[in-house]
Design a binder for this molecule. Structure first.
Ligand code: DX5
Ligand code: ZN
Length: 223
């Protein structure tokens, strides 16, 4: 990663919306279409009311693509599972501020393994709660839907938090990515970028139509 790589706009294709019968193929298509990252949503049926997949899927997709794997843990006690996901090939491992765990310790644990660490906040969580961690993390993830399911509507009010984080990151020159996740599509990617996000998680808006055309169209909105 070059010095200012964390400022570059990136599309993170969220595999949750892909055809689970053809994961590797769909991931490769997203990579070939120009998605910079692959986003993998891990759900435990406890922290969120849905179950997706675990470290074995991360390992399988690690073999399928070369782009970074952006792993989003929507699970309780993420510290207990962090090592398994790093060993499976996660490049970024994002944990929720609201999950039961010691956030400081989990961040140290993940970074201590040489993995980038992200911190995610739900729509109901105030930016103030996460601001103290900005210098300790590599990625701030602002949920723009309630976590658990793809295909939900973007909550525009969450962009106010994106503005707050962007201002803090720029003011203090913090090397932290700023990611929006949930309901990002052709209508909402532009406003997200203008609010200050530089990583855009897109599931439904990529995998539920022609993958190449949708990545190209989303990219054009960032121009
Ligand atoms: C939601 C997940 C998202 C989801 C986004 O809990 O964290 O990453 O895959 O899906 P779309 O883009 O369909 O809203
Ligand atoms: Zn996600």
């Amino acid at each position: 990663m070059t010095k200012n790589d964390f400022l570059k706009p990136k599309i993170a294709a969220s595999i949750l919306a892909a055809d689970f019968g053809h994961m590797a193929d769909q991931a490769r298509q997203a990579q070939d279409a120009g998605a910079e990252w692959l986003h993998l949503d891990v759900m435990d049926g406890h922290f969120v009311p849905n179950i997706s997949f675990g470290p074995d899927m991360v390992a399988a997709l690690r073999k399928a693509v070369t782009i970074p794997l952006d792993v989003h843990l929507m699970i309780s006690h993420p510290d207990r599972y962090a090592r398994a996901f790093v060993e499976a090939g996660a490049d970024n491992l994002t944990v929720h501020l609201e999950a039961p765990h010691n956030v400081d310790k989990t961040i140290s644990l993940i970074r201590g393994m040489g993995c980038k660490c992200g911190l995610a906040i739900n729509p109901a969580t105030l930016a103030d709660k996460a601001l103290p961690y900005l210098r300790e993390i590599d990625l701030m993830l602002v949920m723009t839907v309630n976590p658990g399911f793809g295909g939900q509507n973007f909550m525009v009010d969450c962009l106010e938090k994106v503005r707050v984080f962007r201002e803090a990151i720029n003011r203090d020159v913090i090397p932290c990515e700023l990611e929006v996740d949930g309901g990002v599509n052709l209508d909402t990617i532009g406003p997200s970028a203008r609010a200050g996000a530089n990583v855009f998680v897109c599931g439904t808006s990529i995998f539920r139509q022609n993958i190449r055309e949708s990545v190209t169209a989303l990219r054009q909105k960032l121009a």
